[in-house]
Design a protein around this ligand. Sequence first.
Ligand code: ZN
Length: 288
Amino acid sequence: MRRSLSRFIPSTDVERWSERVVVVRGLNPGPFTGPGTNTYLVGTGRDPILIDTGSGISAYPELLRETLRSEFGCDAPSQILITHAHPDHLGGVRSLWENFGPLEVAKRPWPARDQGHALNPIDEGASIQVDGASLTVLHCPGHAEDHLCFLLEEEQAVFTGDNVLGYGTTVIPIQGGDMGDYLRSLERLRKLSLHRIYPGHGPLVDDPHARLDAYIQHRLERESQILDALAAGVASVLQIVERIYIDVDRSLYGAASQSVLSHLRKLRAENRVAPMLDSGGETQWRLL
Ligand SMILES: [Zn+2]
C-alpha cells in the first residue's frame, strides 16, 4: 500500500533550531547545494515569515504546508523574503504562489535575474516584524550583487544566505559576484555581535565569529596563493586552479575558476595584477 510521499521524507528535512526558527530543506541536494537549500520559517505566532524558497522541487510546498500546520498552527506564511536571486533561493516562488496563493515576495531588485517576478523591493535598513521576530535587512553583496542578510534581533542571529554556509566555502561567481565586496560583507558581519548564523545551506553555525574569521582568512590565503602562482609564472586561470585547488574534485573546477577569476579582478582593481592575451587568444595574468 502506498502512502503519501511526504511520510517518507526523513525528519532531517525539517528541524526546529530555536523557539522562533524552523528550517525546512528545499529538497534539492546536489554538488552546489549540499543537503539542499535551507528555507526558514521565522516567528512564534501564526504569521511566520518564510526566508527563501528552494529551487522549485515539487514535493517542497507540501512539506512546507505540513510544517506550517504542525509547528505554527497555520496554513501559509505571512510573506516571503529572498536572500538573493540565484535559482536555488528564488526558484520556488512560482510553485509557492500556485500552492498558497499570491504571497508577497520581498527582495532587493536585480532585474536581470529576478525571472520577471513581481516583487516587493526592500533594501538596507528595512525592518520586518512578525509575532516574536524582528528582522533588519543588511545589504551584503559579493556572492551576488542583490544579496541581503536578515538580522534576527531577538537572537542576535543572522540569516546569511550564501554569504556564509554551514560547511565549506561559497563560490564568488563571475556574473554578479565581486570578491572585494564579498570580503567587505564578511568584515561587516564580523563586526556585529552575533550568537549564531542560520546559513543558506548546511548546519547551524554556533561560532559565528570563528567562522567569519576562518572565511576571511581562507580568502586571504587563496589570494596569496594566486599571487605566488603568478610569481612562479603560472598565468592562466585554469593553471592556477590546478595548482592551488589540489584537494578539490575536477568536477568543481568550473566553480573554482570563477572564484580565482574573481580574486584576479579584485587584484586588478587594486592595480596589483594585469591581464594580457597570449598569441592563442587566451588570457594570461601577470603581477604588476
Ligand atoms: Zn544557494
